[in-house]
Every structure is written in C-alpha cells, then in structure tokens.
Design a protein around this ligand. Structure first.
Ligand SMILES: [Ca+2]
Ligand SMILES: [Ca+2]
Ligand SMILES: [Ca+2]
Ligand SMILES: [Ca+2]
Length: 168
C-alpha cells in the first residue's frame, strides 16, 4: 500500500483512503477482524544494499526476514465518517481504534502500534446495519531513529473481515 518510505516519514489517512466495508445483506451484522497476518520480506540486493548489511545481522529472506514490521508504527481504526482522521474530543476517541485497541471514549493511543505485534483477531462486534457501510483506515509512522536495517524491506498486512449475525 505504501512504498519508498524512509525513517521520519509518516502517512496514511486522507479522506476516502479507508477500506470500505459494506453490509449488502438484509440482516444487521457485527464486524470482526480475523486471520490477521504480517509478512516481512527482506528484498536484499548485495550490490546496492551495503548500508543495510552494516546494521542487519541477517539479510537472508530465508532465515531472517525483513525488519519493517518490527519498526513500523501503525494505528488501524474504524473511520466511521471516512474522513481519514481519527476523530477525538478532548483527546478521547469518537471512533474505535482497532490497533492499538481502544474503545470510543477512551484516550486516543495514537500511531503507536508496532506492526509485528498486531493480534491475530479483533473480536470487535462492531454493529453494521443492513445496507450500511463503515471504513477501516490506517495511519503509519516510521520513526526517524530507524536504522538501515529496514532498507529495501517490505511488510504486508493481510486480514479477513467477518460479518456475523450475532455479537459473539
Ligand atoms: Ca534481516
Ligand atoms: Ca474519522
Ligand atoms: Ca533488513
Ligand atoms: Ca464477534
């Protein structure tokens, strides 16, 4: 989703940048995320990535994997109004933060979740009425202190959206 990012870069958000989740059925549902998986790739090029090798003890995709997911900070949230902004009132959430997990009304944790540490499931039971839509969006931040270990690395986040008929 994002490429050529460097330490100190932030991004994501923006109006309409969210993933649209629609309940096209005739029954009200409850939204969960499952089968969440982060895959880290090293993409090491021996002729151009010498700076990476100086910091990264293992540049092998086979045995080491990349370090992007261990360094990239994210916030994934239910952007109910699809404006690309985590809406808050006096620092407290008006929209549910999925990761880091924080309910509406709780303090906004901000873009502080290490991507690799995301849980495998989020049993949110977010109500989604028949014919309605909501949006899942992500903000990211690669801290400026990140060293060359992430040079060329990539991380892929995959998840499944589940819509259950009961809050379970
Ligand atoms: Ca590595
Ligand atoms: Ca919003
Ligand atoms: Ca690396
Ligand atoms: Ca559930």
């Amino acid at each position: 989703m994002f490429s050529n990012i460097a330490p100190g870069d932030t991004g994501g958000g923006g109006a309409g940048a969210g993933l649209t989740i629609s309940n096209t059925g005739s029954l009200n549902g409850y939204l969960d995320l499952s089968s969440i998986n982060v895959t880290n790739a090293e993409n090491y090029n021996a002729t151009t990535d010498e700076a990476e090798a100086a910091d990264d003890a293992d540049t092998s995709d086979v045995t080491g994997g990349g370090e992007m997911g261990a360094n990239l900070l994210v916030q994934i949230w239910l952007d109910a109004d699809n404006d690309g902004v985590v809406d808050v009132s006096a620092g407290n959430l008006l929209e549910e933060s999925i990761y880091p997990a924080a309910a509406i009304g709780a303090p906004d944790p901000g873009v502080t979740g290490v991507l690799d540490n995301i849980a495998a499931t989020y049993d949110m039971d977010e109500p989604l009425g028949a014919g309605n839509s909501t949006y899942i969006a992500i903000l990211w931040d690669l801290p400026s202190a990140t060293n060359n270990t992430v040079q060329g690395d990539s991380a892929t986040l995959a998840f499944t959206v589940e819509l259950d008929q009961t809050a379970d």
